[in-house]
Write a protein that binds this ligand. Structure first.
Ligand SMILES: C[S@@+](CC[C@H](N)C(=O)[O-])C[C@H]1O[C@@H](n2cnc3c(N)ncnc32)[C@H](O)[C@@H]1O
Ligand SMILES: *[C@@H]1O[C@H](CO)[C@@H](O)[C@H](O)[C@H]1NC(C)=O
Ligand SMILES: *[C@@H]1O[C@H](CO)[C@@H](O)[C@H](O)[C@H]1NC(C)=O
Length: 426
């Protein structure tokens, strides 16, 4: 496109030069009025060209301003901008961002309209949160996501693994005021109360402190019976415990659960536990699979993006020994980076095939708003779905009440994911 505009200009200059020559010949012996008339009649044939040029110019201005308004859209392919210039967000557009395939290609029922409407409702709720600065815990994006999904599914029982000071317990409670919660967390949230804000729920069964049991060791049949739950479809599990997500997925499947949310769905090369995002990062997925070759487009793009976004990783960080890029440098990380295990590419590949065989739905929560609005600087917007409030829509951002929140609440986004699962072959 730029090329075409350039050649148009070159053409125009050519004609102007020709005109100048003609004009100089007649300049001395004709009056101004006559000269203008002659000029007009001479360049008359240029009008269609001039019109075309003006139209093209206007068209490009419109496209450029559109780009400022909506930098990206849901489909990675349409993220390529009009001029193909390297925008801050569009770089990975052509490479794509991996995600998990589900068995029958089903997706969620809700739309971006539903998300937008709920966002407006959630902001005033979030403002009443007991833990204002939830450092090391959930920020605004994931709090919204958890609240939205929970309210949509309306479970009869909510189970959370990893509560910290209890912020996520509070979020679940806002979504479902009268439903029971089971919370598994080694340190009871009430312990934090001595030092500062924390949330302890009155209708929550805590497996904490000396009563702590890991999710994988709980007799879930008994717990459900105790809560009068007969239908596993009515149970929602929320994992924020930094454990290998493949391990958690298998444990949840064994207990028969169907609805899961994982808080930290880290991108390949990042994070402290093996995630769904990482598992599904495979060569047969568009944007999946990587190369440790330094002289490649991806290597160059990664290097550039690292300058802008704190959590972006370049090829050097991405690749471990033996050019292992999968998981985190060829490791299956687990338990807050404390029990990592090297894994072969074949093993990583098999993991994705297994995950695909049990997935009915895979849905990543988009960030609530674009980085020019939230001023977040950590995650790379090119590696995530299009935000609910896109860059440039400051009016909407303000109307939703999002300008009232502090910047740090937008800094913790890591592609929270909602999964629906069932046994392979079903
Ligand atoms: C990132 S924090 C959770 C943040 C919390 N969901 C929030 O909303 O702020 C991770 C928590 O997982 C807990 N944890 C560690 N090992 C765990 C395990 N095996 N099962 C459940 N929780 C675990 C940690 O003690 C910590 O409280
Ligand atoms: C606890 O939950 C039950 C239903 O599970 C509800 O009837 C009761 O009102 C709740 N109690 C409190 C204190 O919220
Ligand atoms: C995570 O563990 C690996 C070893 O598996 C180690 O090299 C790395 O430094 C650890 N990272 C952090 C942030 O602790």
């Amino acid at each position: 496109m730029l090329e075409r505009i350039h050649s148009m200009r070159r053409g125009a200059q050519f004609n102007e030069e020709g005109e100048d020559d003609d004009e100089s010949k007649t300049r001395k012996n004709v009056s101004l009025a006559v000269r203008v008339t002659i000029l007009m009649s001479k360049i008359g044939f240029l009008w269609p060209l001039i019109l075309l040029f003006v139209t093209l110019l206007l068209f490009s201005i419109v496209m450029l301003s559109r780009r400022l308004v909506c930098v990206s859209s849901y489909e990675p392919s349409s993220r390529m901008n009009f001029f193909g210039i390297d925008g801050l967000e569009s770089d990975f557009g052509s490479l794509g961002v991996p995600w998990c395939r589900s068995k029958h290609g089903r997706t969620v029922e809700w739309t971006s309209k539903d998300l937008l409407k709920s966002l407006e409702e959630f902001v005033p709720i979030y403002e009443t949160r007991p833990i204002k600065n939830n450092m090391y815990g959930m920020g605004f994006d994931h709090s919204f996501g958890l609240w939205f999904i929970t309210r949509w599914l309306k479970p009869d029982l909510m189970i959370e693994s990893g509560a910290f000071k209890g912020h996520s317990t509070w979020v679940l409670r806002q979504a479902m005021p009268d439903k029971p919660i089971v919370s598994l967390t080694p340190r009871h949230p009430e312990k934090y109360l001595k030092k500062g804000p924390a949330y302890v729920d009155r209708n929550c069964t805590y497996f904490a402190g000396k009563d702590f049991v890991d999710f994988g060791s709980v007799d879930w049949g008994r717990v459900m019976k105790k809560h009068g739950i007969t239908d596993v479809n009515r149970v929602l599990i929320f994992f924020d415990d930094h454990q290998n997500e493949l391990k958690r997925l298998k444990q949840a499947l064994k207990a028969g659960f169907r609805h899961l949310i994982f808080e930290d769905n880290y991108d390949t090369g990042t994070g402290d536990h093996y995630s769904l995002r990482q598992i599904c990062d495979q060569f047969y997925i568009r944007g999946g699979g990587h190369s440790c070759f330094r002289d490649s487009d991806e290597a160059r793009i990664r290097m550039k993006r690292k300058l802008f976004w704190e959590k972006a990783v370049d090829i050097q960080e991405l690749c471990g020994r033996g050019e292992a890029w999968w998981g985190v440098r060829g490791e299956m990380r687990d338990n807050f980076n404390h029990s990592n295990k090297a894994m072969s590419y074949a093993e990583h590949f098999q993991n994705s095939r297994f995950v695909e065989s049990v997935l009915d739905v895979y849905w990543e929560l988009p960030p609530v708003a674009g980085p020019s609005l939230t001023h977040q600087t950590r995650y790379d917007p090119a590696r995530v779905p299009s935000p609910i409030v896109e860059d440039g829509r400051f009016g909407l951002f303000q109307r939703l009440g999002l300008t009232r929140l502090e910047t740090f609440v937008f800094n913790g986004y890591t592609q929270m994911v909602y999964l629906q699962i069932s046994e392979p072959g079903s």
